[in-house]
Design a protein around this ligand. Structure first.
Ligand SMILES: NC(=O)c1ccc[n+]([C@@H]2O[C@H](COP(=O)([O-])OP(=O)(O)OC[C@H]3O[C@@H](n4cnc5c(N)ncnc54)[C@H](OP(=O)(O)O)[C@@H]3O)[C@@H](O)[C@H]2O)c1
Length: 335
């Protein structure tokens, strides 16, 4: 029986952890601010798709250090912290938890998120996962799943030749992890190749890097309001196009035909008037760090290394970085 450890059990981690647990697989969690609530009562999950249920994880740890004391061989360590390399290198916290045969599964937004893990654990299997889901943790231990459950998982490889042993192991681990999700009731979980998973990551960047910073700069505009506004939709489409035309040159292959075009993304966003805003707005508003490095900084740097500029992305990055710096400076002066 595999042992699963969710590292950073917030909205995404607790939601997918609770579904994997439906297969009777032992699923443990590393919490932080929600530790006491989860230790005492578990997670209360609400979902239009899965109903309302309580999930009590197999073990609840207050920190990575605490998890080490359990001496469990983890088959999967699923990292669902926010990806904030400018704030902390979370890969360092996994030292002592990763052992022979452990697969590290990164369910996080952004690009280049795998690098710290590959560098620190060159012998370990690293799986990269991208999810389209809408979930939040409105209060400690309460998980609200709103919609979508798409999750694609693929091996993250430094040697992509299919014949390599690392590729073979990581591919079968990605398939096994996907099977766990599907058995837990996630119908739209799929295992992808390294290349296709990176294409999915870049494609999601087109959406996240256009919508998220723009909502912050537009003082909390909803996704639909931005897509319906004439000037804003021109801007969003241009950012998306910048990403969608640069990524194939970097990855050496066109996007698969089934991936949505910028027109399609704008059209479907404008029809979806649920009042939802990108989570980056929530992070900005509540004074938390935003995932700027992995959503804007890393794509710009990766493109630059290959000789491509992304000037619209660069402008958004510069503006948001300074806005965050000034917000935090003011916050500091009020303390
Ligand atoms: N939510 C969504 O709908 C959604 C959709 C698609 C993709 N994503 C992506 O999924 C990732 C996770 O997002 P999320 O919305 O689940 O974030 P979240 O609700 O903030 O969950 C992250 C959790 O990790 C915990 N954490 C952070 N550092 C930790 C540490 N050192 N030790 C233990 N716990 C730690 C946080 O604790 P604290 O509360 O103490 O900070 C929080 O509970 C992000 O990359 C996000 O962009 C999210």
């Amino acid at each position: 029986m595999p042992e699963v450890l969710i590292f950073g059990a917030g909205a995404v981690g607790a939601f997918y952890g609770s579904l994997i647990a439906k297969t009777s697989t032992p699923v443990s969690v590393v919490c932080r601010s929600n530790f006491s609530a989860v230790r005492d009562k578990g997670f209360a999950v609400t979902s239009p798709q899965y109903g309302s249920y309580t999930w009590k994880p197999t073990r609840v740890f207050s920190s990575a250090e605490d998890a080490k004391t359990a001496n469990v061989h983890w088959s999967y360590i699923v990292v669902t912290t926010k990806a904030l390399p400018d704030v902390s290198d979370d890969s360092a916290l996994l030292e002592g938890l990763v052992s022979d045969g452990t697969a590290i599964v990164l369910i996080q937004n952004g690009l280049g998120i795998e690098d710290p893990y590959i560098r620190r654990f060159p012998q370990a299997t690293v799986l990269s996962a991208v999810t389209i889901v809408s979930a939040s943790q409105p209060s400690h231990g309460k998980i609200a799943h709103n919609r979508w459950t798409r999750i694609n998982t693929g091996p993250y490889l430094t040697d992509t030749s299919p014949a390599s042993e690392a590729s073979h192991t990581a591919t079968s681990k990605a398939n096994e992890f996907t099977d766990l999700l599907v058995s837990g009731g996630v119908k739209d979980a799929s295992a992808y190749t390294h290349q296709k998973l990176q294409q999915v990551r870049w494609h999601k960047i087109a959406i996240n890097a256009s919508m998220n910073p723009s909502s912050v700069l537009a003082n909390g505009a909803t996704n639909a309001a931005m897509a319906l506004d004439t000037e804003m939709s021109i801007h969003l489409k241009a950012v998306m196009e910048e990403v969608l035309t640069t990524a194939p040159k970097i990855l050496g292959a066109p996007f698969p035909a089934e991936f949505a075009t910028s027109e399609h993304i704008i059209r479907s966003t404008s029809k979806n008037d649920s009042g939802s805003r990108p989570s980056m707005w929530g992070d900005w508003e509540s004074g938390r760090p935003m995932e700027l490095e992995v959503i804007l900084g890393n794509p710009i740097r990766i493109a630059k290394e290959k000789g491509y500029d992304m000037p619209r992305m660069q402008s958004l990055y510069a503006l948001l970085k300074m806005a965050q710096f000034n917000r935090d400076k003011q916050k500091g002066s009020k303390l």
